[in-house]
Design a binder for this molecule. Structure first.
Ligand code: ADP
Ligand code: MG
Length: 238
C-alpha cells in the first residue's frame, strides 16, 4: 500500500440555515508516501475544504477518506484529534502562532497534547527550531521576528511531532518573493528527507516546486499532472 492518502468520491456540503454550499462534489485522489503535491485552483474551488478533511480537521459529508490504511471518514472528534496529533503537521498562511509565547513554547505546544514531559518538549522544540535555522531565536516572541522567520517557526511547530504528512495552506501567501523561496528551500529539504508534503498555492512559480499539481475547480478535480521539471533548489548558487 504505497498511498498514504486516498479519497474516494469525497463530498462536502456546508449548511448555513436554508442555504447549502456544495464545496466538494466528488474528489477521488491518491497521494503516495513521500510525494510533494501542490493544490491549485480559483478561490472558492474547495482547496481549503479538501486540506481540512485530509488533515482530519473536518469530516466529509459523503465518500471515503483512508489515511495510512485507516478509514477515518466517520471517526469521532476525539479519534480524529489523536490521528491529527500523530500524523499531521499544519502550516497556515497567517502562521497562527501564539503572540505571547516564545518560539520555543509555540513549537513545543503540540507536544503537550502528546503527553511529553517539559524537558522532552523543550528538547524536541529546540531541535525542530534548529532544523529550520532558528536555534538562535528560541526565546524571541513572534512579533520580534520577520515574516519569513515566523513561518519557519510555524514549520518547526508542524515538524515537532515528526508527522507523516505536512499540509500547508498558502504557506507563502503573506511573504515577499525572496522569503517565499527560502520557505520553498525548506520544503525541498523536507521532501528530500522523505516527508509527504501537500501545499495549496495560487502562485505558479511556487506550485512549480512541487512534483505533482492537482487543480480543483468548482469542487471537482480539473487536472492532476506530474510536474516533469520541478524547480530545482540549488544551495550552492546562493
Ligand atoms: P478555496 O480554499 O479553494 O478558496 P474553500 O474550500 O475555502 O475554497 O471554499 C469552498 C466553498 O465552500 C466556497 O464556496 C466557500 O464559501 C464555502 N465554504 C468554505 N468553508 C465554509 C464554511 N465553514 N461554511 C460554509 N461555507 C464554507
Ligand atoms: Mg482556501
Amino acid at each position: 500500500m504505497p498511498e498514504i492518502i486516498k479519497t474516494k468520491e469525497l463530498q462536502k456540503v456546508y449548511r448555513m440555515g436554508a442555504e447549502e454550499v456544495h464545496a466538494l462534489k466528488s474528489v477521488s485522489i491518491e497521494v503516495d508516501r513521500g510525494e510533494y503535491v501542490a493544490f491549485m485552483g480559483p478561490s472558492g474551488s474547495g482547496k481549503s475544504t479538501l486540506m481540512n478533511i485530509i488533515g482530519c480537521l473536518d469530516t466529509p459529508s459523503f465518500g471515503k477518506y483512508v489515511l495510512n490504511g485507516k478509514d477515518v471518514s466517520d471517526m469521532s472528534e476525539n479519534e480524529l484529534a489523536e490521528i491529527r496529533n500523530k500524523e499531521i503537521g499544519f502550516v497556515f498562511q497567517t502562521f497562527n502562532l501564539l503572540p505571547r509565547a516564545t518560539c520555543l513554547d509555540n513549537v513545543a505546544l503540540p507536544l503537550i497534547y502528546a503527553g511529553f514531559t517539559k524537558k522532552d518538549r523543550d528538547e524536541k522544540a529546540f531541535l525542530a527550531l534548529k532544523s529550520v535555522g532558528l536555534d538562535d531565536r528560541i526565546h524571541h516572541k513572534p512579533n520580534e521576528l520577520s515574516g519569513g522567520q515566523r513561518q519557519r517557526v510555524a514549520i518547526a511547530r508542524a515538524l515537532v511531532n515528526n508527522p507523516s504528512i505536512i499540509l500547508a495552506d498558502e504557506p507563502t501567501g503573506n511573504l515577499d518573493s525572496k522569503t517565499s523561496y527560502d520557505i520553498m528551500d525548506l520544503f525541498h529539504e523536507l521532501h528530500q528527507k522523505g516527508n509527504t508534503i501537500i501545499m495549496v498555492t495560487h502562485e505558479d512559480d511556487i506550485a512549480h516546486y512541487a512534483h505533482r499539481v492537482i487543480r480543483l475547480r468548482d469542487g471537482l478535480v480539473e487536472s492532476d499532472e506530474v510536474n516533469p521539471n520541478p524547480t530545482v533548489v540549488d544551495k550552492s548558487a546562493v
